[in-house]
Design a protein around this ligand. Structure first.
Ligand SMILES: *Cc1c(COP(=O)(O)O)cnc(C)c1O
Length: 361
């Protein structure tokens, strides 16, 4: 793989990391290696244990996050690997507004008697720290999905480490370009690479990163034992997406910030949540009915779940039964893409007009 040059900027790392050696006739991109088995005696041995296309993706994301990376079949598979580190009966502290799939896994594990779950307001640092005594793991989302609350990761991590509590951060929303939780003290970073990293709504993939060799070994063992592995094609596509993550993010974040300025005063908008960075904003409308008219009225944007693609998507989160009941019924999460701002602003404004008009009737 690529020799590493010192002091590269993230934009450059995204473009250069994980490429084949700089030698005559080597391809610039890693090949998609379709192999269930390898000639014996090496490190890979079998397709469930390793794959050169995964390795290229892992090298690139690892360089951006500053840790060693393991690719998984999906974000929830990555989360399951991390929760598997919690001992039987261990306590997990989790933001009450975490990604609903993470909350669902924890509820399931709780029902089976495997873990005890403490749900906290992650923006209330003192409350999070109070909940850490006797815990095995604290989960962080910064910002949370979809409430977009912010966590004081450094303070939480140092309190956790003083109590022997592992810190895992789901960095899907911020991406390694905007936040590097390992530098803020997290032991483990989790990604749904399905989102901004891939960036084109055509891949499901996840990743786990750590600097701790012993944790890395346990996570690798989990992946090899349970087999939640990505396909080589998906690893290729995720790496291809990662190459342009800084560029896409720059444009989409600029769009998001401009939309916050333009839509915040619209008569239909009760509240507009935006953490100040990133590509996700949550628009709170009066109620579910008004929000449903809004999402049904977009023409350019798409009404769809998921996020982080080049195209703008939006959805009312409470349409999912698993979403936290403390999320407003009228909250619509918008994943802002890289379209021209004037086209986006016009589409969302006319959809808000439609929602407001419908409400007045
Ligand atoms: C989508 C998502 C996940 C789950 O990832 P999948 O790839 O869908 O399994 C986890 N965390 C966050 C914050 C997400 O947005």
């Amino acid at each position: 793989m690529t020799e590493s040059l010192p002091d590269l900027h993230p934009d450059t790392i995204a473009v250069t990391a994980g490429r084949p050696a700089n030698e005559p006739d080597q391809p610039l991109n890693p090949p998609i290696v379709l192999a269930s088995t390898y000639v014996a005696g090496g490190e890979m041995e079998y397709g469930r244990y390793g794959n050169p296309t995964w390795s290229a993706f892992e090298e690139a994301l690892g360089a951006l996050e500053g840790g060693r990376c393991l690719a998984f079949a999906s974000g929830v598979a990555a989360t399951a690997a991390v929760l598997d580190l919690v001992p039987q009966g261990g306590r997990v502290v989790v933001p009450r507004h975490s990604y609903q799939g993470t909350l669902a896994q924890l509820r399931h594990a709780e029902e089976q008697g495997r873990v005890v779950v403490a749900r906290v307001d992650v923006a209330d640092t003192a409350a999070v720290i109070d909940a850490l005594d006797g815990a095995a793991l604290v989960w962080i989302e910064n910002p949370t999905n979809p409430a977009l609350e912010l966590a004081e990761v450094t303070a939480i991590a140092s309190a956790a480490h003083g109590r022997g509590v592992l810190v895992a951060a789901d960095n899907t929303f911020a991406t390694p370009i905007l936040r590097q939780p390992l530098d803020e003290g997290a032991d483990i970073v989790v990604h749904s690479a399905t989102k901004g990293i891939s960036g084109h709504s055509d891949v499901l993939m996840g990743a786990v990163l750590t600097r701790d060799e012993s944790l890395f070994g346990r996570l690798l063992k989990h992946r090899s034992l349970y087999g939640a592995i990505p396909s080589p094609l998906d690893a290729y596509l995720a790496l291809r997406g990662l190459r342009t993550l800084p560029l896409r993010l720059e444009r989409a974040q600029e769009n998001a910030q401009e939309l916050v300025r333009r839509l915040g005063d619209h008569a239909a908008v009760r509240d507009l949540r935006y953490p100040g960075f990133g590509t996700i904003l949550s628009i709170v409308l009066q109620d579910a009915a008004v929000a449903d008219v809004f999402v049904a009225s977009v023409r350019l944007c798409r009404h769809a779940t998921s996020l982080g693609g080049v195209e703008t998507t939006l959805e009312r989160r409470r349409r999912w039964a698993g979403e936290a009941p403390t999320i407003a019924e009228g909250l619509v999460r918008v994943s802002v893409g890289v379209e021209h701002i004037e086209d986006l602003a016009r589409d969302l404004t006319q959809a808000l007009d439609a929602a407001e008009g419908d409400h007045r009737v």
